[in-house]
Design a protein around this ligand. Structure first.
Ligand code: KG4
Ligand code: ZN
Length: 351
């Protein structure tokens, strides 16, 4: 089948193994989620406080066939109902990516299906155009848009001129926002993964209890979170000498507020500067309740629409991969079975 034959009801199987989630999903026409299965490895990596690459690839290898089978069963489809297989081939942990890509190639050969390689970051962005069954599809054609991709590995501002036409207009000079939240959670003893734990703890705390900095990188839309992290460490060290316990909820709320304020400030400034007709949020940190609330407030003030993926499509999943693969195949065709993996894989040129 030629990629141009992909119709609006074509079913694509997505496979995602770039980090510590083994995921498979079926999406119709790049838009409608039919099934999505995510096997998280949080239990394995939690005691190390972060992802251990070799443990991650071994677990992917153990569960990938089960996860794919479950995604097909949940979708009530067989191999012959599918039009293509999409798989993340970067950026990510090479050993983990290889498991997903090798599995996708095996399935493609066995089922006689075409293959398309997907950039994980573009998949996060495309998650904004996927909807749950029975729900209305979000309007897709509102460009230029500014997209904040904010995850454990990335904090990128992307100017989206159209699907597939991206420019990187801001990035982090040091830590990613999710990484900063994960580290904060460790310092505060909130466990792993840290972002959701900080989000929960912050709901019991006061965001103005501690005055953390909102780091600025002058003359750019870039981010820097390392100074903020140091500020938290110093504050916590200072408080530990006191006889009262750590005010964890207040610290979590104040730290989260500084991260969110910084994200909102740069994203909205970039949206204004580039005349964005819409703002898209993507990646694990786009699940953050405070970020969602503050961006919604900005939407009310400016009437510039802000989109977030459905919550379960913010963190790593394969529905976003299936959707991104559908649209990429329409633009560029399918990929050969020689498809390689890449630890670093920018989705856009700087500038
Ligand atoms: O996109 P993702 O699942 O994986 C990467 O591609 O990195 O993002 C994971 C990141 C982690 O840092 C996690 O702590 C963060 O997203 N995260 C959150 C929330 N849920 C996940 N951060 C803040 N609030 C949340 N509710
Ligand atoms: Zn991700």
């Amino acid at each position: 089948m030629a990629a141009s034959d992909l119709t609006s009801d074509a079913l694509v199987l997505g496979i995602e193994t770039s980090c510590d989630e083994t995921a498979a999903a079926v999406v119709r026409g790049g838009r409608e989620l039919v099934s999505s299965v995510v096997a998280s490895q949080d239990d394995l990596h939690g005691r190390f406080g972060g992802v251990v690459p070799e443990i991650a690839s071994r677990r992917h290898s153990e569960v990938i066939t089960l996860v794919v089978r479950e995604a097909l069963e949940e979708a009530r489809v067989g191999w012959s109902d599918l039009a293509a297989i999409a798989v993340t081939h970067g950026p990510g942990l090479v050993g983990s990516l290889l498991v997903g890509v090798a599995a996708a190639k095996g399935y493609a050969i066995a089922a006689g299906l075409p293959l398309v390689g997907v950039n994980h970051l573009e998949a996060h962005l495309v998650a904004n155009f996927v909807h749950e069954p029975g729900q209305q599809a979000p309007a897709q054609e509102l460009f230029p848009a500014v997209c904040l991709i904010v995850s454990g590995g990335h904090t990128d501002l992307i100017l989206v001129e159209d699907l597939g036409q991206y420019r990187l207009i801001g990035w982090t000079r040091d830590d990613a926002a999710g990484e900063a939240l994960d580290k904060a959670a460790r310092v505060l003893g909130l466990g792993y993964p840290g972002g959701p734990a900080v989000d929960r703890a912050a709901q019991q705390g006061r965001a103005d209890a501690f005055a953390f900095p909102r780091p600025v990188v002058p003359d750019s839309f870039d981010f820097s979170f390392s100074g903020l992290k140091t500020a938290l460490l110093r504050t916590v060290e200072g408080l530990r000498t006191s006889r009262d316990g750590l005010p964890v909820a207040d610290l979590a709320a104040s730290f989260q507020e500084a991260v969110v304020d910084t994200l909102v400030r740069n994203t909205t400034a970039a949206a204004t500067a580039y005349g964005a007709r819409r703002v898209l949020l993507a990646g694990g940190v786009a699940a953050n309740s405070r970020l969602r609330r503050k961006m919604s407030e900005w939407q009310r003030q400016t009437h510039i629409p802000v989109a977030f993926p459905p919550l379960r499509l913010c963190t790593d999943n394969a529905a976003m991969v299936a959707a991104a693969g559908f649209f990429k195949a329409l633009r560029h065709g399918f990929d050969p079975l020689e498809l390689d993996v890449f630890s670093s894989m920018p989705m856009a040129q700087k500038g």
